[in-house]
Design a protein around this ligand. Structure first.
Ligand code: FDA
Length: 569
């Protein structure tokens, strides 16, 4: 009840929130409350089915956030999926478990976050993981999956591996031969989870190999621990805002919530409030609590508690497109075969592409700054862009992700440039916490982002024209050569890409961990600048996009955050 006090209140029982709540509640004398807007999905088949990707979309466990119409992205709006359930987005995601490239995490330190580098994060990837080695499962014989034990953890809560729905018909090997036959070969990568992702590989997923069901944050970090008397979860409870102690200083003392019966009340926190509501919600909760850009807050008659104008800025997402082909075989199982080309493998003229992009960075930075009224400064953005450029053209991170997914009589492909330069934002549109926010990722604002997307599409066409795989596939059914001609230039691809993309569902950086003077919202202990006891621990804090999918990095960041809060780091 509202009389009870908790040491920590975690807002959002999702991917990050449940990690933090679990680790904090390892301390027996510490009471932890998790506030989660959704309910339990333990027995929801749209969640557990390992071939059920997409089944939960549009159901009541999907927030289905809508963007505003995208000025540079075809004039259309996009739906950003996000899980509304205990376990958060890990209950509806694609289950891919794939970390970042070493240099990308090191870039977090380069931008000014001391201690946040690959070397320090790597132990937390392993701490969380319970890797299920494939040789134990005969259904994986012939599937081509592989791993290096040095990269994995075996005793953590989160099950990672492959399930019995994994294809094992030899396609993996045919594809490897095909990639080696490319004009610029894409090398085989036995295990992309050790910080070197470039190449062709088969990544593991968050699945229970034994039971063939999805593994999510609730199954890993909550249900096995639900009997802890100091770990409390309020489901179907909506957090509205942080409440503050009287006085000038920003000391949080609780959270205003609306309970499932419609009652609004305040629940008290004696130590900290930890926001883990996701990259599209945590910044909104900050704004509703008076932390943000005073001009925006004033529009909705919200008093400014902390003037921190970059709350909600720096939004980074990726754009996802697909090409489809007929397949000669028919598939009842599936698998994701991934290629991660570096710039020199993706662009036929990488040096020239890099030089041209480098010249454009000042103009790009100016455009981003102008678009948000110079809330983020062009000089800072330009520095971030140069770090990103160095990652692509010097460190050789993957510049695109290319997925092949056999389904039925089709080869589906998905592709995206992995590190778009465009930056958008998310802000509240009302003081009423139930009103949808204004989300503007500014997809395709900067032309390199389109160029990377086009080049990834060309790469897929090369895949389907290269033997031996070329002999296994039929015609390109979407877009097809009548819509986008063979050899089409960027302009020729532009219409198809901009009318048919979707969000890649990897929004980050809306409460970025960076020094305050360059626009950060949280410091290296993930504490919100100007507060003494409010942290953000979720996708919002990642300063740069990662090339792997987000969840493994988010789990690791949350593991490290828990140690920071406990004073162990
Ligand atoms: P997350 O969304 O997990 O948690 C936020 C929680 O807060 C939710 O439970 C939500 O209900 C709750 N909440 C929000 N507002 C609240 C409020 N006001 N009051 C109370 N509770 C509130 N990544 C990957 O690694 N591999 C993949 O295959 C995919 N595929 C994929 C597919 C799809 C469709 C999506 C949408 C995303 C992915 N991702 C992914 C991305 C990845 O799943 C995602 O980035 C993380 O799960 C996000 O974790 P967070 O902790 O940031 O938020």
């Amino acid at each position: 009840s509202s009389e009870t006090k908790y040491d920590y209140i975690v807002v959002g029982g999702g991917t990050s929130g449940l990690v933090v709540a679990n680790r904090l509640s390892e301390q027996e004398n510490i009471n932890v409350l998790v506030i989660e807007a959704g309910g339990s999905v333990y027995n929801n088949e749209n969640v557990t089915d390992t071939l059920g990707y997409g089944k939960a979309f549009g159901t009541d466990i999907d927030w289905a956030y809508e963007t505003i119409k995208q000025e540079y992205g075809g004039g259309i709006s996009q739906t950003l999926r996000a899980g509304k359930a205990l376990g958060g987005t890990s209950t509806i995601n694609g289950m891919v478990y794939l970390r970042a490239q070493t240099a990308q995490i090191d870039a977090w330190e380069t931008v000014g976050n001391e201690g946040w580098n690959w070397k320090n994060l790597f132990p937390y990837f392993r701490k969380g993981e319970q890797f299920q080695t494939p040789e134990k499962y005969s259904f994986l014989d012939g599937s081509g999956v592989a791993y290096d034990p040095a990269y994995h953890g075996f005793t953590g809560p989160l099950k990672v591996g492959w399930s019995s729905t994994q294809l094992n018909d030899g396609l993996a090997q045919e594809l490897n031969t095909t990639y080696q036959n490319f004009e610029v070969p894409v090398p085989y990568n036995k295990d992309p989870n050790g910080g070197d992702m470039v190449g062709y590989s088969l990544y593991p997923k968050t699945v229970d190999s034994e039971l063939n069901i999805r593994e999510d944050a609730a199954r890993a970090y909550y249900y096995p621990y639900q009997n802890r008397t100091n770990l409390h979860v309020w489901l179907r409870t909506h957090a509205n805002k942080i409440t503050w102690k009287d006085g000038e200083d920003a000391v949080a003392d609780g959270v205003e919530v609306t309970l499932s019966n419609g009652t609004t009340t305040v629940v008290k926190a004696t130590r900290e409030v930890i926001l883990a509501a996701g990259a599209l919600k945590s910044p909104i909760l900050l704004e509703l609590s008076g932390v943000g850009n005073p001009d925006i807050l004033a529009k909705y008659d919200i008093d400014t508690k902390i003037n921190l104008p970059t709350v909600g800025e720096n939004l980074q997402d990726q754009m996802n497109n697909g090409l489809q082909y007929d397949s000669k075989a028919s598939y009842s199982k599936s698998a994701d075969y991934v290629a991660y080309p570096s710039a020199s493998q993706l662009f036929p003229n990488a040096t020239a592409v890099g030089a041209q992009l480098l010249r454009k960075l000042p103009a790009y930075a100016a455009k981003v700054a102008a678009a948000n009224g110079n809330i983020t400064k062009a000089s800072d953005i330009q520095r971030f862009f140069k770090i990103q450029w160095d990652l692509i053209f010097k460190a050789g991170i993957p510049v695109a992700e290319i997925l092949l997914e056999p389904t039925g009589n089709t080869y589906d492909t998905e592709y995206w440039g992995s590190v778009p330069f465009s930056r958008g934002n998310v802000h509240l549109a009302s003081a009423d916490p139930t009103v949808a926010a204004t989300i503007d990722p500014k997809y395709f604002m900067l032309d390199f982002d389109l160029h990377a997307q086009v080049q990834a599409a060309r790469f897929i066409r090369e895949l389907f024209q290269t033997k031996p795989f070329a002999d296994m596939a039929g015609d390109e059914t979407s877009p097809g050569l009548s819509v986008v001609a063979a050899g089409a230039d960027d302009q020729g691809w532009s219409n198809f890409i901009k009318q048919n993309y979707r969000s890649n569902f990897h929004p980050i950086s809306t409460a970025a961990m960076m020094p305050k003077e360059v626009g950060g919202v949280v410091d290296t202990s993930l504490k919100v600048y100007g507060t003494s006891n409010v942290r953000v621990v979720d996708a919002s804090v990642l300063p740069f996009q990662v090339c792997g999918h987000l969840q493994s990095t988010i789990y690791a960041v949350a593991e490290r955050a828990a140690d920071i809060i406990k004073g162990k780091v």
